[in-house]
Design a protein around this ligand. Structure first.
Ligand SMILES: NC(=O)c1ccc[n+]([C@@H]2O[C@H](COP(=O)([O-])OP(=O)(O)OC[C@H]3O[C@@H](n4cnc5c(N)ncnc54)[C@H](OP(=O)(O)O)[C@@H]3O)[C@@H](O)[C@H]2O)c1
Length: 214
């Protein structure tokens, strides 16, 4: 497969956000991947003990050095995202954040759109929890699609949202890609929008997670 046909994303973790650690971490990731560059490089979580100016400078340098085609951040709240945009010498293209039908991320989605960023939806299947959902299943039956496909379609049909489902199963990987030949109507979209729950968040590490925009 030509390298240009795949889009590889890697992240720098919270313990490597100082300038020298950052560069070493990127080098280690590239070596482990056997690649000269990644398509997208993200800061994995915000880290209050490391000056953001330093981290954003290191992230921009990775891009300028040709080690990443695009850069962004993950798990930043909106205020942190604004700081990151202001302090980064290179443009950010995405905020990667948890996003699926069980979590109300409307504020974050709106903030990304207003800033011209893609919201990369991680855990788009709520880590498998949407499996068997009655509403998603019923909508899927009408379209000849599965619960997971409906959840993914709901995300991708919204402006500036990309979804990154994970599966270790070849058939489910194929299923998750097969979502570009059907369209949810406004009523389907609105119904799925009512599935959000107060306990919908699945990634919320104590001591690391910022104050989320809810
Ligand atoms: N930036 C961050 O902090 C962060 C945090 C969490 C996750 N992520 C990223 O988000 C991506 C996905 O996250 P995730 O794996 O946690 O959650 P997910 O994609 O929402 O769910 C994955 C789970 O759903 C199952 N699954 C996948 N496709 C399915 C299908 N078609 N039907 C039924 N079940 C299905 C998988 O099982 P099988 O493997 O058995 O199919 C797995 O248990 C990953 O690339 C991950 O790196 C990022």
């Amino acid at each position: 497969m030509p390298r240009s046909d795949i889009f590889v994303c890697s992240k720098v973790s919270h313990e490597n956000l100082h300038t020298s650690d950052f560069a070493r971490s990127v080098d280690e990731s590239l070596r482990a991947l056997g690649l000269d560059y990644v398509d997208l490089l993200l800061v994995h979580w915000p880290e209050k003990n490391t000056p953001l100016t330093e981290t954003m400078g290191a992230l921009a340098k990775a891009k300028r050095d040709g080690l990443a085609r695009h850069i962004g951040v993950a798990n930043f709240n909106i205020a942190m995202l604004d700081d990151a945009i202001r302090l980064c010498p290179e443009p950010l293209v995405t905020l990667q954040a948890e996003c699926h039908p069980y979590l109300d991320q409307s504020k974050v989605i709106a903030a990304c759109r207003a800033r011209g960023l893609v919201l990369t939806a991680y855990c788009p299947l709520a880590r498998g929890r949407i499996q068997g959902d009655t509403v998603l299943t019923e909508i899927g039956l009408r379209h000849g699609k599965t619960c997971a496909q409906v959840a993914l379609r709901w995300l991708m049909q919204q402006d500036l949202i990309a979804a990154i489902p994970r599966s270790s199963n070849a058939a489910r990987i194929a299923e998750n890609i097969d979502v570009f030949d059907f369209q949810l109507d406004d009523e389907d979209m609105a119904r799925i929008g009512t599935l959000k729950r107060p306990d919908g968040r699945t990634a919320n590490p104590v001591g690391r997670a910022p104050v989320w925009d809810m």
